[in-house]
Design a protein around this ligand. Structure first.
Ligand SMILES: [Ca+2]
Ligand SMILES: [Ca+2]
Ligand SMILES: [Ca+2]
Ligand SMILES: [Ca+2]
Length: 605
């Protein structure tokens, strides 16, 4: 679609800040979009709720150093398993992006208002497994060094230094559930562990064997293929007794915790040696790199008792290392607040990614369910209330919001697949509104890399991990990106993209009004069909004492009104005499008391 045509369509919904600058499609100096409020506190003093996150797969971002594209040298005896895997035309292989590339592109992120970067795992991976590569980082062999495809330990330190100089935090994505797939079972992979002897009709899984079945003498015969005996680091990870060895998870019951994640060696996380070994591994990472926090992978697949020891130990250690606001958030793949909240309360992890939020926004803006689905979600926020020693006053404000990710796919993909057959313009409007809900409802926003450039994708997993640098993957490059004429075959660091600019504006508002970060949320209006959803965010002066390091905030109350309908809605629906002073609205409307279709407005009360 021609971009000029898009511009004319955009006038109906144009963001106010774009309206005031009609020449936005022309080249600008990126610095003029610098969105961060001058008042943004130094990173050492900020809490999780202060952050605007950017979640990125370094391999798919920017390749600033082609000399590391093949990873370790083929003749590097210690690291040969981390050599190769490069195929820039294949969505399941390494594409060359690296830490040097991320460092070079920090201004691009800074200017969008990003205050924290979450990297997919950067530790050294097995380069190849079952025909695809470890470009995503989730197949760790060596927990003590950086994957050579991404750069060196020194380059990671430099990246963090440069980010900190821009007042941007860096979060690592960590894994304790599994390592790369090294251990095999003779019953599935043969005597040498190199093949597959499972009945083809059963697929290529090694069926899970329960503990009850093991007690009856039914168990797998483990084997490490010749030459792979010392692949992992630290050395204790090469001990087969440190793993469950029960075959592949089918994601339910006992198998969800003790099964292998598609062959990835599932650690025996009930064993004190493993608990202490993992605590030591990540203490060393904290000590060496001084990251600002961790996102923890596959948390639901590890027993709760492990987290009860692991989380307090690391939070305490980080504090001792001088990282006062070090924090962690968990990936618990569940849409139920009752289940999600177990991990931020009982398991003692500070907070979790809010899959339930993602689910509710999908229902409201893709499926066109009533805005009451959002009210129903927030009605369960009390599940997150906790107050234990290392995590005082945890509540739903610290949940980590997102609209899509590298596993489930992008929000834009969900919209593109809707049976409602949304026009491109409506897909754009609905994306903008979903992002606004992510920023201005309670919870911390995460921008999934590429969303700011209108990436869509053909699905989840590999299909949602497009390149920001010019791509050679056909199934990416045939996508129709939103609000641009570019494709993923082009360089996509466009600081004039409508979505990039909207994120910059949202970030600015988020940083400018403490109530949008710390204010108690109250739902004041929802309905059983698409229409208005309204909340207030309030910091009462009495709350100040409860804000552990932010007692500085004055009382503040904002109202945020979203319109999920394709018709104009009247503010009078809220039944209030005084709706406050307009702070911002995403779409101009002819009357002050109206909210344009698929738009939102913020008022100060
Ligand atoms: Ca590279
Ligand atoms: Ca395995
Ligand atoms: Ca497990
Ligand atoms: Ca495609």
């Amino acid at each position: 679609m021609n971009f000029i045509k898009k511009c004319s369509l955009l006038t109906a919904i144009s963001l106010a800040f774009i309206t005031s600058n009609p020449s936005y499609a022309t080249a600008q100096t990126p610095e003029i979009f610098k969105a961060k409020a001058a008042s943004l506190a130094p990173y050492q003093q900020r809490e999780l709720q202060d952050e605007v996150f950017y979640f990125v797969l370094p391999d798919r971002f920017y390749n600033a150093d082609t000399s590391n594209d093949l990873g370790a040298a083929a003749d590097d005896k210690k690291r040969a398993a981390s050599h190769g895997g490069l195929d820039t035309t294949h969505k399941g292989m390494y594409h060359g992006g690296d830490l040097a590339g991320l460092t070079e592109k920090l201004p691009y992120l800074d200017n969008m208002g990003v205050s924290a970067i979450w990297l997919t795992p950067v530790l050294r991976n097995r380069a190849m497994q079952a025909g695809t590569s470890g470009y995503h980082g989730y197949w760790i062999l060596d927990f003590t060094e950086i994957d050579p495809h991404l750069g060196s330990n020194a380059e990671l330190k430099n990246f963090i230094d440069q980010a900190h100089k821009r007042n941007i935090k860096v979060f690592f994505d960590i894994i304790t559930n599994h390592t790369a797939d090294v251990i095999k079972y003779k019953e599935c992979h043969g005597e040498d562990g190199l093949g597959w002897i499972v009945d083809a009709a059963q697929g290529t899984d090694c069926p899970f064997i329960s503990m009850a079945q093991m007690a009856e003498g039914n168990q797998y015969t483990t084997i490490i293929p010749k030459g792979d005996e010392a692949l992992k680091s630290p050395a204790w990870l090469n001990d087969i007794s440190m793993y469950h060895n029960q075959g592949d998870s089918f994601w339910h019951g006992e198998s969800a915790v003790r099964g292998d994640f598609s062959g990835l060696d599932d650690l025996y996380t009930g064993n004190p040696t493993v608990v202490n070994g993992m605590i030591d591994i990540y203490k060393d990472i904290i000590e060496e790199f001084k990251p600002d926090g961790f996102r923890i992978d596959t948390v639901k697949h590890v027993n709760i008792e492990f987290w009860q020891l692991f989380s307090p130990a690391l939070l305490k250690f980080a504090k001792e290392q001088g990282i006062n606001n070090f924090t962690m958030f968990a990936e618990v793949y569940s849409y139920e607040p009752e289940i999600l909240s177990r991990y931020s309360t009982e398991a003692k992890i500070p907070t979790v990614l809010d899959f339930a939020f993602q689910g509710a926004v999908t229902k409201a803006l893709i499926e066109q369910q009533g805005t009451e689905v959002l009210a129903q979600l927030f009605a369960k926020d009390h599940f997150y209330q906790s107050n234990h020693k290392y995590i005082p006053n945890t509540n739903a404000n610290s949940l980590v919001n997102f609209t899509g990710n590298h596993d489930m796919g992008r929000f834009a993909y969900g919209l593109s697949q809707s049976p409602h057959n949304y026009s491109e313009q409506e897909q754009i409007d609905r994306n903008l509104l979903a992002n606004a809900m992510m920023f201005f409802s309670r919870g911390v926003p995460v921008i999934y890399y590429g969303d700011e450039q209108g990436f869509v994708g053909d699905g989840g997993d590999q299909a949602s991990r497009q390149d920001m640098m010019p791509s050679l993957v056909d199934s990416y490059n045939d996508d129709d990106l939103l609000a641009t004429d570019l494709t993923t075959a082009d360089d996509n660091f466009d600081t004039n993209h409508l979505f990039y600019r909207s994120f910059a504006k949202y970030s600015q508002l988020y940083q400018q009004y403490p109530a949008l970060r710390f204010g108690q949320q109250t739902v004041i209006y929802a309905e059983d069909k698409p229409g208005i959803f309204a909340i207030t965010r309030e910091i009462k002066s009495a709350d100040n004492n409860e804000l552990k390091s932010n007692g500085k905030y004055k009382a503040q109350k904002l109202m945020v009104v979203f319109n999920t309908a394709i018709t104009t809605q009247k503010l009078s629906a809220l039944g209030a005499k005084n709706n406050g002073t307009l702070v911002y609205r995403s779409t101009e409307s002819s009357k002050a008391n109206e909210i344009a279709p698929l738009s939102f407005a913020i008022y100060q009360m």
